[in-house]
Design a protein around this ligand. Structure first.
Ligand SMILES: [Zn+2]
Ligand SMILES: [Zn+2]
Length: 145
């Protein structure tokens, strides 16, 4: 099965085939800062199963051996590679896949120096917060258990 994805502006499109090795939510400082979001969902595919079909992502070294690829036009983060920690793997930001709901995260990852009680994964899971029916709804917040 082939999974298609793209950046927000559509300049970069890619395909991934087969099933991901795993899907993880990463809460590390590197992912948080580079995405501007509290966590990033990653679907890990074999390098040989991922093909960029349009455009050329820009790639930067974000820390250590970590290489992050994104659309230089719209800024959408797309891929993560780390030859030391994850050889032969392309981590795809699963929210850029056309069907991200088909890739539910099965694990959380965080910085080793974050104590568990203050770790963002822990914090985000335990907060009670309003749920909105859409990003434009501002007045009909409903608290869910
Ligand atoms: Zn783009
Ligand atoms: Zn991370």
């Amino acid at each position: 099965m082939t999974h298609c994805g793209r950046c927000h502006c559509g300049a970069i499109r890619y395909e991934a085939s087969g099933a991901p090795r795993h899907v993880a939510l990463c809460h590390c400082t590197d992912c948080r800062r580079s995405s501007g979001a509290p966590m990033v969902a990653w679907a890990a595919f074999a390098e040989s199963d991922v093909t960029v079909t349009q455009g050329n992502p820009k790639t930067v070294n974000s820390s250590g051996a970590a290489m992050r690829s994104f659309c230089a036009d719209c800024g959408t983060g797309l891929f993560y590679r780390n030859a030391e920690m994850l050889p032969d793997i392309v981590d795809i930001q699963s929210a850029t896949l056309n069907t991200p709901m088909n890739f539910p995260p099965s694990r959380d990852s965080r910085d080793n120096d974050q104590p568990p009680a203050r770790n963002s994964a822990y914090w985000y899971r335990r907060q009670r917060r309003p749920e909105y029916s859409s990003c434009t709804a501002t007045k009909s917040a409903v608290l869910t258990p």
